[in-house]
Design a protein around this ligand. Structure first.
Ligand code: R5P
Length: 292
């Protein structure tokens, strides 16, 4: 079995290979002057089981197309079985037609990944697990929240209290809070379907003098976390730490979070644009061992 390092995930691919005690195939890749991608396998993967690690964080479109090129090239070379490991599943959020005429981009993505030759699809803390229903191949939504919880446990936290910024994040908050042996609560979030604006209503939780740990799958614009952080601060939180699987931080996100009182953000190597303290390699390796 070989791990193929997709252009977006060289660090994670290396870590997964180390955890699996196997080798990494380093692809040759470059961008042509007009932005088109060139990909080449420098060695044959004919007859091999291969796991292509390629997280589809921004620029999503480029990273997604690169993933398709790698999967298709592997199949054409005669790989025996191909797993697409896509920790950040871009477009998963659009998992249905919420306004008539909308493209269901999660469905299109699933169809393309299958058509390119994957026989397994693994992702991590997908923003919508419903998005996986579009795959006919074996697919699984893994969680890295035990790893996030284990990391937080190594930190000196002041009587931590875990918060989910919306109901979708409840299972994540449950996992982290059970690692920390502490309580959790969740807030209600509403998102305007047209503008994308989010509003949050908090629960009456006494956070006086405590560290609030807000957990979510993705932090993108930071607005979801910022709303929760503001409420947590008003309710007396001493420190606010935001932890997630996919720390994207789009546009002004860092300023938005800081202004709202977020003291620290914690992410994973799902997103390689900046180093993060948690590696999701162990959960991917464990899932691969179950397949092969
Ligand atoms: C969707 O509801 C997800 O679980 C996240 O809460 C959301 O994607 C975060 O996005 P943002 O940081 O832009 O508020």
């Amino acid at each position: 079995m070989l791990i193929v390092s997709g252009p977006a995930s060289p660090i994670l691919a290396r870590r997964v290979a180390d955890a699996m005690r196997t080798d990494v195939v380093q692809l040759e890749h470059k961008a042509f002057p007009d932005g088109e991608t060139y990909i080449r396998f420098p060695e044959s993967v004919s007859g091999k089981q291969i796991a292509v690690v390629q997280s589809c964080y921004p620029p999503q479109n480029k990273n997604f197309v690169d993933l398709l090129f790698v999967l298709d090239a592997a199949r054409e070379m005669g790989a025996k079985d191909v797993a697409a490991i896509v920790p950040y599943f871009a477009y998963a959020r659009q998992d249905d037609t919420y306004r008539s005429g909308e493209a269901v981009s999660a469905r299109t993505s699933a169809r393309l990944i299958e058509a390119a030759g994957a026989s397994h699809f693994l992702t991590v803390d997908a923003p919508s697990s419903k998005a996986l229903q579009f795959f006919k191949i074996h697919s699984k939504n893994l969680t890295c929240m035990n790893l996030v919880g284990a990391y937080l446990k190594t930190r000196s936290l002041e009587n931590p209290y875990v918060l989910a910024p919306d109901d979708g994040a409840i299972p994540l908050a449950q996992t982290v809070s059970s690692n920390l042996g502490t309580e959790y609560a969740w807030f209600e979030k509403l998102r305007d379907k047209v503008t994308g604006a989010v509003s949050t209503s908090g629960k009456d939780v006494n956070l006086k003098g405590r560290d609030a740990i807000i957990v979510d799958d993705v932090i993108s614009t930071g607005k979801t976390i910022a709303n929760t952080a503001q409420i947590a601060k008003k309710q007396g939180a001493k420190r606010v730490i935001a932890a997630c699987a996919h720390l994207i931080l789009t546009g002004d996100a860092e300023r938005t979070l800081k202004t709202a009182g977020v003291d620290e953000t914690i992410g994973t190597d799902s997103i390689e644009t900046r180093p993060q303290p948690v590696s999701i390699a162990p959960v991917i390796a464990e899932a691969l061992r179950e397949i092969w």
